[in-house]
Design a protein. Structure first.
Length: 209
């Protein structure tokens, strides 16, 4: 266990220096751990996806603080807990003045920055989808917005699985190109469009069932 913690601390150090491969490695370690925890908190599949996305956007935006962090898990879970709390707060329409106890002005500023960036990125995703052909739009929405698998989409639309798979792949390629041209970070684009996150959520849903 110590060795794993030590390795994760090393990843945090590399992330603090802007290492995207280290970031991707930490993402793959922690998404499977976060999904069931966040699901129990927010009770919404859509929100699970959004909370994880914003958690890692915040981690990347605040990477300059990671060099001295020794416990990667505690740091990431704290970010995820704050993000989950904020999503629940908005969903319950609580008073805007309510905030997480002990949050500093610097953290509040980072939370706002991450939230604004993620909203801009997701807004660009919606804009890109509007530029797709009708069939590509439909397949993308069934996959990413309704959570259907390739076989389920094929059955729904009366298409072959190969057609659905190829169309979805083309849609994701189009999205990546569109978002990069809009100036968004390829690393954060990958998080938002991640098959890995979708697979983790699906697997955890099946285990919970």
């Amino acid at each position: 266990m110590y060795r794993n913690s030590d390795n994760e601390s090393g990843l945090l150090q590399r992330i603090s220096e802007g290492d995207e491969q280290a970031f991707a490695a930490l993402y793959k370690i922690y998404v499977p751990r976060l999904v069931p925890v966040i699901r129990r908190t927010v009770q919404s599949e859509i929100m699970v996806n959004e909370v994880i996305q914003e958690t890692f956007v915040r981690l990347w935006i605040g990477r300059d603080k990671l060099g001295g962090v020794r416990d990667a898990g505690a740091w990431i879970y704290r970010i995820a807990a704050n993000v989950s709390y904020n999503y629940l707060k908005r969903r319950l329409v609580e008073q805007k003045a309510l905030k997480v106890a002990g949050t500093s002005r610097t953290e509040e500023h980072e939370d706002i920055s991450a939230g604004i960036y993620l909203r801009e990125l997701l807004g660009s995703v919606r804009e890109a989808v509007q530029h797709m052909s009708p069939q590509r739009q439909k397949i993308y929405r069934l996959s990413r917005e309704q959570g259907l698998t390739v076989p389920e989409i094929a059955a729904e639309l009366g298409l072959s699985t190969n057609t659905v798979r190829n169309t979805l792949s083309s849609a994701l390629d189009f999205l990546r190109d569109y978002l990069q041209k809009k100036g968004h970070s390829l690393l954060l684009i990958s998080i938002v469009l991640s098959h890995f996150l979708d697979d983790c959520i699906t697997s955890c849903r099946q285990l919970a069932g």
